[in-house]
Design a protein around this ligand. Sequence first.
Ligand SMILES: [Zn+2]
Length: 107
Amino acid sequence: MKPCCNGMQSMLARSGSDGFSVRLKDDGGDPFFVIEFRSYPIEKQDYYRDCFKKNSEMPRLITAGEEPIRFCPWCGHDLRVEMAEIQLGRKGLFWVLKKYFGFPVSE
Ligand SMILES: [Zn+2]
């Protein structure tokens, strides 16, 4: 996937690291982009999750948050184009046109 602009490129490069980043969530369902904040890198997620479970006195801190995005926050590019490209190989053209661009096509 070629990033739409320098802002998106740098945020995708930070995907899963601590701080702000953009990540493509693609775990078998419909892929989508999220802008997220993490207090720690994603590879340490299980470690911290266990710490919070084992220490009931520990304050319930919000350590990560994410929000789905449909448009690039820096240049306004429609991210459905990238999602459609991913799904094109999986589900085919008619499915993609109907799902992402609202074309009333029959399959
Ligand atoms: Zn962009």
